[in-house]
Design a protein around this ligand. Structure first.
Ligand SMILES: C[S@@+](CC[C@H](N)C(=O)[O-])C[C@H]1O[C@@H](n2cnc3c(N)ncnc32)[C@H](O)[C@@H]1O
Length: 211
């Protein structure tokens, strides 16, 4: 294709995805698209708030089918777009954790306006302190750097529970490589996106009878 045609195509695709997302927010009576880049006092490893278009989420969630008893968590949930989307994709129990108060306050307003039968809750909390014992699915869109990611993943792997993690690494290649190196039972690349689905299923315990 000619370079100009590629540029025009990319512009049209971007414009479609942006306006589709605005339309879905309007339809669901929520506001999840703003960008916020304030620094978090005393914490240099946190990234700015941004979100994917619903078009991208649709692609990711194809690889993340909801199961009956799933507890879905977005660590660093920003304005909560993924929480609401997860609820429409069959996740019945959805939780978000966000370190910025102004964002978690906005999500609470969104929750009040969003019609769903799923349970959706948000808490103002550092992702490193979340109790992840019951959690079966985690979504993270590049929320923090490698130091925080390591601390979090050490806790998650120590639980030795079945878990699926959708991790959008964006340009954080060090974080992606670190995630790739953990002892997963499965890794899937979401085609065309900087996102992988990591899954872990613990080995069954075998009991041998005493002699
Ligand atoms: C790139 S945004 C993603 C927002 C949301 N997950 C989405 O996809 O729409 C990352 C978010 O993580 C939050 N964050 C960064 N460090 C955090 C931490 N330690 N605990 C909780 N949230 C954190 C940021 O404030 C920001 O809102």
């Amino acid at each position: 294709m000619k370079p100009t045609a590629v540029r025009i195509y990319n512009y049209l695709a971007w414009s479609y995805r942006k306006h589709e997302s605005r339309f879905i927010d309007w339809l669901w009576n929520i506001n999840t698209g703003e960008k916020r880049s304030d620094a978090i006092p005393g914490y240099s490893d946190g990234h700015a708030c941004e979100t994917l278009y619903y078009w991208h989420l649709k692609k990711i969630f194809k690889y993340l089918p909801a199961r009956e008893d799933d507890v879905f968590v977005d660590l660093g949930c920003g304005y909560g777009r993924v929480l609401f989307y997860a609820a429409t994709r069959g996740f019945k129990h959805v939780e978000g954790y966000e370190i910025r108060k102004e964002l978690s306050d906005q999500i609470k307003i969104n929750i009040d306006k969003f019609e769903t039968e799923s349970f959706i809750e948000v808490e103002l909390c550092d992702a490193r302190k979340v109790n992840l014992y019951r959690v079966t699915v985690i979504y993270m869109f590049n929320p923090f750097g490698i130091d925080t990611l390591r601390q979090l993943m050490n806790r998650i792997m120590a639980l030795n529970n079945s878990i699926r993690i959708a991790y959008v690494y964006n340009e954080s290649i060090d974080c992606r490589d670190y995630m790739d190196g953990l002892p997963w039972t499965g890794i899937e690349q979401v085609p065309g996106l900087p996102c992988k689905i990591y899954s872990f299923v613990p080995k069954p315990l075998y009991f041998t009878e005493g002699i």
